[in-house]
Design a protein around this ligand. Structure first.
Ligand code: HEC
Length: 154
């Protein structure tokens, strides 16, 4: 009986993953080319979350050409641009409402004390809606937060 209950609970947990949480490719120049050329062997989402430099992306693209990816030099250049200027930039963004203390600390270059203060405030007050909400966290170095505002997602 207890085991059946446990089983039922685990099933609920697995079924509860929301469908709209699927990662999406960010919009930017070169996106269509990337999808057309890079999605033949695996989903184009394979590039998501990687924060590579231009060199790092060029190496991946060269590697894919060796594996059989087909396109012109211009198309591959557009793809490397998209990966560098859009995918890496997106990957560096920090969702203030989901980030762990460690992610806040490294991503925003703040102290662990500041990162903990953000988490405590979030736990007590719910999600931040804007940078103005974030600045209400007591003791936070507002100048540091402002300096990183283009990296913040709410
Ligand atoms: C001809 C088939 C093919 C095409 C087209 C292709 N890939 Fe791949 N890709 C693969 C295979 C096979 C792997 C898995 C090999 C591995 O894990 O090293 C892979 C793995 C990857 C990985 C994960 C491995 C890593 O090193 O991080 C990335 C990222 C990637 N591809 C990006 C791309 C991009 C960008 C393009 C378009 C320029 C592309 N792929 C086009 C076959 C392809």
């Amino acid at each position: 009986m207890k085991f059946a209950l446990f089983l039922a609970c685990s099933l609920v947990v697995f079924a509860a993953a929301p469908a709209d949480d699927k990662p999406k490719l960010p919009d930017g120049p070169g996106k269509e080319t990337m999808i057309r050329i890079c999605a033949n062997c695996h989903g184009p989402e394979i590039v998501l979350g990687k924060r590579l430099t231009r060199d790092g992306w060029s190496q991946i693209v060269m590697n894919m050409v060796q594996r059989g990816a087909q396109g012109t030099d211009d198309e591959f250049a557009d793809i490397v641009d998209y990966l560098t200027n859009t995918v890496s930039v997106e990957a560096a963004k920090i969702n203030v409402n989901k980030a762990t203390a460690k992610q806040l600390q490294t991503g925003l270059e703040i102290s662990d004390k500041d990162a903990d203060a953000i988490l405590h405030y979030r736990d007590a007050n719910g999600d931040f809606k804007s940078i103005d909400d974030l600045k209400k966290v007591p003791g936070l170095d507002v100048a540091k937060i402002d300096a990183k505002k283009s990296k913040l997602v709410f």
